[in-house]
Design a protein around this ligand. Structure first.
Ligand SMILES: [Mn+2]
Length: 424
C-alpha cells in the first residue's frame, strides 16, 4: 500500500488548530525556532531492513503479521514510514538477508518512495547454507586463514552490492571473541582481525567509509574482539582515514558515559555515526528514548556541540540509523516512535544556549550548567518537531494516522500472517 499526500493533508487539517495553539505558545519563547525547524526538516534517520519484521529473543519469536516478504516490500515499509514522518528517507541493507536481484529496478523502486541506500551491513556472525567454513569460532579473527579469507570475501561482496545501489559505507559488526578464558590469544585475535579489516579496507572505493561497530558482550561471551570504543578506535586509527568508530547505544556496559565517548570520538574526527536503541540492563532491543531519554538528550547535546566545533553538516556528515528489535510492538509503530524520540532529543540539543553553558563552565558555575541543560530537556518541543514534519509533507501525528487508517491491517491482508522478515 501507499499513503497519498491527500490523506495526510486531511489528517493534518483535522489536527491543525490544536497543533497551532501548542506551536504558537512555544514558538514565541524561542527566537531561533525557524532555524531549528529547518535543521529538523533536513535530518533523516535510516531504517535497517531487519527492523521491519518482528525480532526475537534467544528463546522465541512472536510475529505479528503483514511482515515484508521481499526486499521490495521492506523498501515499501520504509516508504510508509517516510511518507508519515518525512525523516526516514534511507534504508540500510543487510547482506545476505537482502541481496538485490535487479539493482536498477530496486533503485528505481526506492527512488519512487524518496528512499536512498544507507550503509550496507555484512554478516559473518551466522553460517549461511552454502558457505564452506563455519564461523563458530569467529570470522575475521579466526586462527585458520581459510576462514578469514572467506569472511573477507563476503565483506568485499557486500561492498559490491552497495556500490551498485549507491551506498557509501560498510558497517562491520563482529560477534568474534571467546566464550571462556584461555580460549583465545587476545593479541593474535586482534592482529588477525586487523589484517582482515585491512584487506577489506583496500577494496573500499575512494568515497566510501568503513564503520567499525563495537559491542561489550553477548550473553555467552567472555571477551569480544571489538568490545569497546577503545578497541574500535585502535582498528580505525590503524586502518586509515576512511575508517571510523560506530556507536550503538546498546553495546556498552551498564552506566557507560556514552556522551563522553561521543564527544571524544568527534574530537578525534573518528565518529562514524549511530545505531539508536535503548536498554534497561543490557543489549540493544528497546525503543530509543524509552528508558533513558535524558541520556539521549545529553548525547545529542555533545553531538551538536562537537559537530559545530568541527563545522560538520548535522544531516549529512555522520551516519544516523536505528538498530533495535521489536518483540512486542508493531515494528512500524516502534520505528515511528524511535524517529520521534531522536528528533525530540536533536531539537532539544539545538535549543541549548551554548554561550551561557560555556560561561557557566568557564566560571565553574555547576548549578547554572545543570539548570541550562535540564530546563532545555524539560521543554516540551513536540509541537516544533510536528511543525517540521508537517512542513516537510508528513503527518502531524504519524502513529494516530497509522492506526486510524488501519495500515497494519492492510499489510496483513496484502501479505498474510506468517512470513518471517528479519533473517534471524
Ligand atoms: Mn548495531
Amino acid at each position: 500500500m501507499r499513503i497519498s499526500q491527500q490523506t495526510i493533508q486531511l489528517h493534518n487539517e483535522k489536527l491543525f488548530s490544536a497543533h497551532q495553539r501548542k506551536f504558537d505558545f512555544i514558538a514565541t519563547e524561542i527566537p531561533q525556532v525557524e532555524s531549528i525547524i529547518q535543521k529538523l526538516i533536513e535530518f533523516n534517520v535510516a531504517i535497517p531492513s531487519w527492523a521491519l519484521g518482528t525480532g526475537g529473543t534467544r528463546f522465541g519469536r512472536f510475529p505479528g503479521g503483514g511482515e515484508p516478504r521481499s526486499l521490495e516490500e521492506k523498501i515499501d515499509d520504509v516508504g510508509l514510514l517516510h511518507a508519515l514522518n518525512q525523516s526516514s528517507g534511507a534504508i540500510s541493507l543487510h547482506i545476505p538477508w537482502d541481496i538485490p536481484q535487479n539493482y536498477q529496478s530496486i533503485q528505481q523502486h526506492a527512488a519512487s518512495l524518496g528512499i536512498r541506500f544507507d550503509a550496507v551491513n555484512s554478516n559473518t556472525f551466522q553460517d549461511q547454507p552454502d558457505q564452506q567454513f563455519s564461523y563458530k569460532f569467529g570470522s575475521l579473527q579466526h586462527m585458520d586463514a581459510r576462514i578469514r579469507k572467506q569472511a573477507i570475501a563476503h565483506n568485499k561482496e557486500v561492498i559490491k552490492h552497495g556500490i551498485e545501489l549507491g551506498s557509501k559505507a560498510l558497517t562491520v559488526w563482529l560477534s568474534d571473541g571467546s566464550s571462556f578464558p584461555g580460549q583465545l590469544n587476545f593479541r593474535k585475535a586482534f592482529q588477525n582481525t586487523l589484517e582482515s579489516l585491512q584487506e577489506i579496507y583496500s577494496s573500499l572505493p575512494a568515497d566510501w567509509k568503513i564503520f567499525i561497530e563495537y559491542k561489550a558482550f553477548e550473553p555467552n561471551f567472555y571477551a569480544m574482539t571489538v568490545g569497546d570504543w577503545g578497541q574500535s578506535l585502535l582498528y580505525a586509527n590503524k586502518l586509515g582515514p576512511k575508517a571510523y568508530t560506530l556507536v550503538d547505544l546498546g553495546h556498552h556496559l551498564p552506566n557507560a558515559n556514552i556522551e563522553q565517548i561521543v564527544a571524544l570520538l568527534l574530537m578525534e574526527g573518528k565518529l562514524a555515526g549511530f545505531h539508536f536503541n535503548d536498554s534497561k540492563y543490557g543489549d540493544d532491543d528497546l525503543t530509543v528514548g524509552s528508558i533513558k531519554p535524558y541520556q539521549l538528550f545529553l548525547i545529542f547535546n555533545e553531538l551538536v556541540e562537537g559537530m559545530d566545533a568541527r563545522g560538520l553538516n548535522h544531516a549529512a556528515d555522520l551516519g544516523w540509523m536505528i538498530d533495535a528489535s521489536h518483540n512486542v510492538k508493531d515494528p512500524l509503530e516502534d520505528l515511528l516512535q524511535s524517529v520521534e524520540a531522536i528528533m525530540l532529543a536533536y531539537a532539544q540539543a539545538l535549543l541549548v544556549d551554548r554561550k551561557k553553558l560555556n560561561d557557566a563552565q568557564s566560571s565553574n558555575d555547576v548549578v547554572e550548567a545543570q539548570e541550562l541543560l535540564q530546563s532545555t530537556f524539560r521543554s516540551d518541543l513536540r509541537s516544533i518537531v510536528a511543525e517540521a514534519r508537517m512542513r516537510a509533507g508528513g503527518a502531524l501525528d504519524p502513529i494516530l494516522f497509522y492506526r486510524e487508517h488501519g495500515v497494519r491491517q492492510s499489510l496483513v491482508k496484502e501479505r498474510g500472517t506468517v512470513f518471517k522478515a528479519t533473517g534471524l
